[in-house]
Every structure is written in structure tokens, then in C-alpha cells.
Write a new protein. Structure first.
Length: 294
């Protein structure tokens, strides 16, 4: 641990309000547990069940350099209770992180999107950095059990790693909706959200089928992160809408779970039913308890 910044756990029930949209009332509920301070433009939270830790990507910028290689980015490591294990767990080695965003864990390795590069952190090796040709603004990373996929927001593309054993080989490229952002998989299917189109899509990572929109754009402003619960409920973060929303398994029913400022790429601990929300503009991470009420 290179440096430690103490953080206060602050109950902010007056700042983060749980509410419901007019469309329907959800069986799922979010209750704020705590809000953790001390981050620097946190963009993504990721829970890894294999190691029982939470990773947080930090862009670290004071002048809105969200897509700038300034060698200041870093990855934090927390425990599921929100205790910071190492604020600056990773910042790179001979090469430094620039503006890290989406992450996923695949076969024990942490993959991190960083503008035009993909970082691979292994438990027993120095970090590997792969530059993806023609990439513009790499944003999120997801895995399907076989390989990984990376969204390119500006390029409106999704990259698929052809050979995870040799990441330097070429990537397959699939067209995606404009300003594609968060990605995830559920029961073998890929889903993603668009920032500018404020829509949720079912996607084909192989590019054979056209993206299938849910037709819910009127409910959102700028979608960032996406997770899917075991019953098929979609949880999405609306950055400029300042809310966390749920979409029922029917892909039609929409309700607001919580309101909070600038929620980015959310993480989910299925074992404890916890939702981790990086608050991009407030330099905080909020932890919510996810409950199901019949």
C-alpha cells in the first residue's frame, strides 16, 4: 500500500433518497448502508466473489480530463463492508494508468478499460497492457465465461478478445448502438446501455443480430452501468438522471430504486445482496442493501 487516505463512513439518508416512479412499485428495494469518501473521480465498482473484494477505478482529474492519459489513474481495493484495504492498490508499473473505467474479472485476472488500452492485472505477474488498434474511448468490460468484451463509446463498437490466452492477438469488432456504455451478460446473452440514446439493448457479441432496444428511452437521461439480478430484473444507473432504476424481467416495467448524484458503473455482490455505486462527481462510493419484498 503506497498511501492511505482515511475515510469516514457517513450515513446520508437525507442526501440519498429512496423513492419510486409512478409507473409501478417494485418488489426490490434499496436501503443506503453507508457512503465512503476519499476517492478521486470513481468511475466503476466491481465485486469479485472469488477474492471477496470490491475494486474501484479512479480517473483522478481536477479539470474534467475524463479521457486523458495523464498517468494519474488508479484502482482501489475495498472489503464488502466498505473498509478501504488499499486506496491506491494499482496505478500501473513502468506504464501508468490514465483514466481507468469499466472492469471485469475473468479467470482470476482483473481487466480494466483505459481509453485505448486494456490492462490485465494478474495475482503473480506485473500488469500487462494491450493497446487495441482503432479504439477510441474504451469504457466497460464484461465476460461471458469464454472471453471478454470491451465497449467503445465514441466508436460505437464492441471488441471481443479472440484468444484470452494471448491478448495481443487481434480483436473481433462488432458494431453497437451509439455511445454504448455499460455491458453485462445474463444467461448467455449480452446486454448494454447507451449514454446518448438513454436506452437498454440486448446485444449480439458476434454481430449476427441487430441490437434489440427495450423501448424505454423516455425513462432515462444518460445510462452508464447495468447489472442483472437472478430473477431477470435489470438494475441501471442514470448518471445525469441522478438515480438508480430497475426494469422488470418483462423489460417494460420501470421504477426508481434510489436517487443520488452522478451514479456511474455499478457493482453487485450477489452473496450479500449489496449494490456498490461510484458517485463520479462527489468522489464517493455508496453501498446499498438490496432487499426483495413480496
Amino acid at each position: 500500500m503506497k498511501s492511505f487516505v482515511g475515510c469516514a463512513f457517513v450515513l446520508m439518508l437525507s442526501f440519498v433518497n429512496v423513492c419510486f416512479a409512478n409507473e409501478t412499485q417494485s418488489n426490490w428495494h434499496l436501503t443506503l448502508i453507508k457512503t465512503i469518501d476519499g476517492f478521486d473521480v470513481p468511475e466503476c465498482t466491481l465485486y469479485d466473489p472469488a477474492t471477496d473484494v470490491v475494486y474501484v477505478s479512479n480517473i483522478e482529474t481536477k479539470d474534467a480530463g475524463y479521457w486523458v492519459y495523464d498517468n494519474k489513474g488508479f484502482i482501489s481495493k475495498l472489503d464488502p463492508n466498505g473498509q478501504i484495504i488499499n486506496l491506491r492498490w494499482q496505478s500501473g508499473d513502468t506504464e501508468k494508468l490514465g483514466a481507468p473505467k469499466g472492469m471485469c474479472v475473468f479467470k482470476g485476472k482483473l481487466y480494466v478499460a483505459d481509453i485505448t488500452k486494456l490492462w490485465i492485472f494478474s495475482p503473480d505477474k506485473p500488469p500487462q497492457v494491450v493497446t487495441i488498434p482503432d479504439a477510441n474511448n474504451l469504457n466497460d468490460v464484461a465476460e461471458d465465461g469464454k472471453t471478454i468484451y470491451i465497449s467503445d463509446t465514441i466508436g460505437a463498437k464492441i471488441y471481443r478478445m479472440i484468444d484470452p490466452e494471448d491478448p495481443n492477438k487481434s480483436f473481433a469488432v462488432t458494431s453497437a448502438p451509439t455511445s454504448i456504455n455499460g455491458l453485462t451478460f445474463f444467461k448467455g446473452k449480452m446486454f448494454g446501455v447507451s449514454w446518448k440514446l438513454h436506452e437498454i439493448y440486448e446485444l449480439d457479441g458476434n454481430g449476427k443480430d441487430e441490437p434489440k432496444p427495450f423501448g424505454l428511452a423516455e425513462h432515462f437521461t444518460t445510462l452508464d452501468g447495468i447489472e442483472i439480478l437472478d430473477d431477470g430484473t435489470f438494475i441501471v444507473s442514470d448518471f445525469n438522471g441522478n438515480k438508480i432504476s430497475a426494469v422488470g424481467p418483462d423489460r417494460k416495467t420501470v421504477y426508481t430504486l434510489a436517487t443520488l448524484k452522478s451514479p456511474a458503473d455499478i457493482g453487485l455482490d450477489r452473496k450479500r445482496n449489496l449494490v456498490f455505486v461510484p458517485q463520479f462527481l462527489t468522489n464517493q462510493v455508496a453501498i446499498f442493501q438490496l432487499e426483495h419484498h413480496k
